[in-house]
Structure formats: structure tokens, C-alpha cells
Design a protein around this ligand. Structure first.
Ligand code: ISE
Length: 343
């Protein structure tokens, strides 16, 4: 009883997930794919085989024979409609970030899931499945270093794609730190401030890159994030927790360390598919295993909403230059306990 997955969106992430499900994950197969671009959908379906149907209509892919779960990897603006359609069919969903581009859409998705009466949605915040992040989470949760006071984060991309906007620095990139900070600290974000240096000459015209984003949290911790999407030298995601009795740092990529010609060093990944390859594998594997066991684990629609609310405050802070409070509803009992707290 292999789990048949409909993959919606066959761009870079979707195609990578299709490869992952087919080649690396046992207990699941790709039963159908959908993409607005018919040629691309067919091409990706072709890598799976004749039993994988290619559609341009996501609903048709979800209704294809043998589909028991949905993986949404379409652009964020398409997520809400696809999530609601999956919930109507009571199908388990793994949805790439963002859950929805705005908190209002996330609230509508949460309302539909709650009306269904059971959780069906997992959001693709893959950092929660990264080995180093999990080690840091374990250390902080153990309390061995005392209470976390600050989190210093660096999020660097080699180069931004041509359609990247200044707002996307927050809602496409820093959205990951929003979730990671909530998860690591087990606190909600309460306010966001954005500081902007003179942009790098290497950034495309009009893009305010890099920026420094500061979150305040419900437990009184501070989180600072350097976001720099045209650093030019590689893909780096680092975090250092400063606690009452010690610090802990991840993301230095201490893999192979080589000495030669009077220099020492290692390699830096080029992009997120490399840096987080294992995290993506674990994420999809754990989602498939939980789904087959009839369980829903991982980041929930509430986490997607909280990140969207943080991003909305972040973009407002970016525009106004002012400290901006994060506006959030009270967490509904349906989303208790929060998925970041171990039970
Ligand atoms: C991209 O969409 C991601 O999700 C990556 O993890 C992030 O590093 C990048 O900045 C985003 O554009």
C-alpha cells in the first residue's frame, strides 16, 4: 500500500520532490503531477513513468486514480486555492512555504482545516528537519545552557533570481528564520524592526540588499538576522544561540577541511537544494511515514500563519523604518499543543 502523491507545481522544488519521492523514499510514489505549463508537467511525469498522469488542472491531479496525499510546490499565490481543494477531499498535504503569502489567507486555510475536524496540513519549513538545527533545538530544550537570550542568524544566498524584490527578502527568505526562531525558542514573535545599510553594488538595481532584521519574542529574547541574497560567494545559513550559561552555533559547514598551498578551508554550498538536501529528504520521509500511519506531524497551518503574520509585520517595518508589532489572533485550541513543543 504505497502512498500515491499528487505533486502540484513541477518547477525547481516540485521536480526535486518528484525525484526524491521516486528515488529515495520508500512507501510512496508519484501518482500524478500538475503544472500550469503543460510541457513541463509532461516532462516531469515522463521521468516517473507512464502510470504518472500529467495535468494542468491541480484539481484533476488530486482526483487522479491512486492519489492519497498532495505535495504543493506551486508558487505561494496559488497555495490557498490548492490547500482548500485538498482539504475538501480530506487529503493529507505537505505544502512548501509559504502556507499563504498573507496572514488572512492562512486564517481561511486554518478555518477550513478546523471545520474538517482534524489536522491535514504540514508546512514545508525544512530547517526543522536539518540535523544541525535539531541538535541546537535539543540543546536549547534541555536547558543545559540556561535560558536563550539572543539568536544571531546569517542567511546568505549566492545570487538572487531576476524577479526577486525587496519584500521577498522578508517573505521569501527571512520567513525561514521566523519559523526557526519560533521553533528553537518556543516563543512567538511580537515585533519586527528592519535596518537597511547602503545596498551592495553587487545587488540588482532597486534591491535593498543586504538588510538586518530584528525580531522581539514573547519570552523577551532578541533575534537578529542578516539577510544578504547577493553575497556572491555561496549559500550560508548560520545561527548562534546566546544563553545564560553558554552559546551554541550551527551552520559553519565543518565538513571536509583541507590544507594546501599555505591555506586551509572547506567548501560552501551553492544553494539551498545542496545545503538542505538531507533536511528535505528527512522532511518528506517523515511526512510519508506519518501519513501512512494516519498521523499528522511537523509544522502546522498555525506555524504557517504565525510566519505569515511575522512577514506582514516585517514588510511593514521595512517600508516604514519603524518597529512594527506582529498582529496575531489567539491560538485556537485546535492547534494545541503547538507543534514546536515536545509532548
Ligand atoms: C528560497 O525561496 C528559499 O526558500 C531558501 O531557503 C532561501 O534561502 C532563499 O532565500 C529563498 O529565496
Amino acid at each position: 500500500n504505497s502512498l500515491g502523491v499528487a505533486v502540484l507545481g513541477t518547477g525547481r522544488m516540485g521536480a526535486d520532490h518528484v525525484r526524491r519521492i521516486e528515488r529515495l523514499i520508500s512507501g510512496a510514489h508519484v501518482a500524478a503531477v500538475a503544472d500550469v505549463d503543460e510541457v513541463r508537467a509532461k516532462e516531469v511525469a515522463g521521468t516517473v513513468g507512464p502510470h504518472c498522469a500529467a495535468h494542468t488542472d491541480p484539481a484533476a491531479a488530486m482526483d487522479a486514480p491512486g492519489v492519497g496525499a498532495v505535495l504543493i510546490a506551486s508558487p505561494g499565490a496559488a497555495h490557498e486555492e490548492q490547500l482548500l481543494a485538498a482539504l475538501e477531499r480530506d487529503l493529507p498535504v505537505l505544502c512548501e512555504k509559504p502556507l499563504t503569502p498573507d496572514p488572512q489567507g492562512a486564517l481561511r486555510v486554518m478555518a477550513a482545516e478546523e471545520a474538517l475536524g482534524h489536522r491535514r496540513i504540514q508546512v514545508g519549513f525544512m530547517r526543522r528537519f536539518d540535523r544541525e538545527y535539531r541538535e541546537l533545538k535539543g540543546l536549547l530544550a534541555s536547558g543545559a545552557h540556561g535560558r536563550p537570550l539572543m539568536l544571531h542568524c546569517r542567511h546568505r544566498n549566492t545570487v538572487s533570481h531576476p524577479l526577486f524584490t525587496t519584500e521577498m527578502l522578508i517573505n521569501d527568505s527571512v520567513v525561514h528564520e521566523m519559523d526557526a526562531a519560533r521553533w528553537l525558542l518556543e516563543q512567538e514573535l511580537t515585533a519586527v524592526t528592519v535596518l537597511r545599510p547602503t545596498p551592495s553594488a553587487a545587488a540588482p538595481e532597486g534591491l535593498g540588499d543586504p538588510q538586518l532584521i530584528i525580531f522581539e519574542t514573547s519570552g523577551g529574547a532578541l533575534v537578529d538576522v542578516e539577510i544578504f541574497v547577493n553575497c556572491g560567494f555561496g549559500y550560508q545559513v548560520q545561527a548562534e544561540a546566546v544563553c545564560e550559561h553558554g552559546t551554541a552555533r550551527i551552520g559553519d559547514a565543518h565538513g571536509l577541511l583541507a590544507n594546501t598551498a599555505g591555506r586551509w578551508g572547506g567548501e560552501i554550498a551553492d544553494d539551498f537544494t545542496g545545503r538542505f538536501a538531507d533536511a528535505y529528504d528527512h522532511q518528506v520521509r517523515e511526512w510519508v511515514d506519518a501519513t501512512r500511519a494516519g498521523r499528522v506531524t511537523g509544522p502546522s497551518a498555525w506555524d504557517g500563519y504565525a510566519a505569515a503574520a511575522g512577514c506582514a509585520a516585517g514588510v511593514a517595518a521595512q517600508r516604514s523604518g519603524q518597529r512594527t508589532e506582529v498582529e496575531m489572533i489567539e491560538r485556537p485550541a485546535f492547534y494545541s499543543p503547538v507543534s514546536y513543543v515536545r509532548t
